[in-house]
Design a protein. Sequence first.
Length: 405
Amino acid sequence: MASRASQASPSLPTLVLGGGMAGLLAAWHLRRRGEPVDVWEAGDTPGGWARTVAWEGGFAELGPQSLPWRPGDAADRLLHALDLPFEEVPRRPRWAALGGRLVPVPAHGGAFLASPLLSPAGRLRLLAGLLWPARAREDEHLAAWTRRCFGREAAERLLPLAARGLFAAEAEDLDAEALARPRTRQARLPGGMGSLPSALARGLELRTGLRARRLEPIPGGWRVSGDGHETAAARVVLALPAFEAAELLAPSAPEAAAALREIPYASVEGWHSLHTSVELLARGHGFLVHPREGSDLLGCTVVHDGGPGLHLRSFLPLGTRTWSAVDAALRRWVPDLPEARAVLRMAAPRALAAPPPGQRARLARILGGLPPGLDWVAAARFGQGLGPLLAGVATWVTEPHPPGE
């Protein structure tokens, strides 16, 4: 069978639309396999939400602060191939803001058997689900699957924390397979996560400030035009959020476009703040807020404790807020939090895909509705976070038959 790299026409390149992490990963893998690749990115810089900015003697992240990692997995192979130094994030406790107090959250699955978050019966039910997990049903939402698999307590006390923390959404609105099996080891890059897209972009034919506006089929490929530029490509990979891909695909693949529009996205904002160290937060990774607490605050992450001070990152749904409101929400859980000496707000509109129930069938409609020579690669296809994206693209590039061909 022909490989994905050998299927493109030798006279025309593959064009990747989108220079975020999905597009850079796709282009990097294809180029490494010998396929000529061009990349168009609408923004000024590649990387999408994986962006690092200098701040207060250190740096702040717009998107992820680390990536799931295990020796030999897709993340490990990529980091070594790019010769990027990294370090494992130490395992430290987290807390759940629940019942008006911060409750310790175990660092790994087995420790939940002693967690105060669950009753003894709830812990046994969780253990049974871990040992004999139930397969998700079509159109089942995440809360229903969790109740069926791990019990009512896990669904009501643990799941809402994960759903809000990862998707800024409610578990009843998410597909049963949205939440990947947790991986407790994390790797971080000393120069910030922005060094990963920078390394991927090195050597690529990448054009920034160029947004595709139209796709047209031509003999042997596709014509892509936008912002006063036009090019021909043997194959086009749409490495775009579902809502952007839908607009481009509507004329040539209306069924795929309709299915893409069914995937909602959540908008969040992160407030970075620097404080003098406070013992509770300095001992762990931060906390997540249970939705029953009625707070807009989704959670707070300890970026680091040291250097310029205690660096926190607080997450909320995107909206018009002031630091004083965020500070008040934090002090509800950490009353002795020292005054911030510096703050930075970073907005991420429509950053998190929140796949609703029926995602497996929806993906089949999307990929099956793509004409020959078109493909869609995005986090919403492979799963939330860098881990599923890295693994998904690494597998995608080896598939013998790209969807739609």
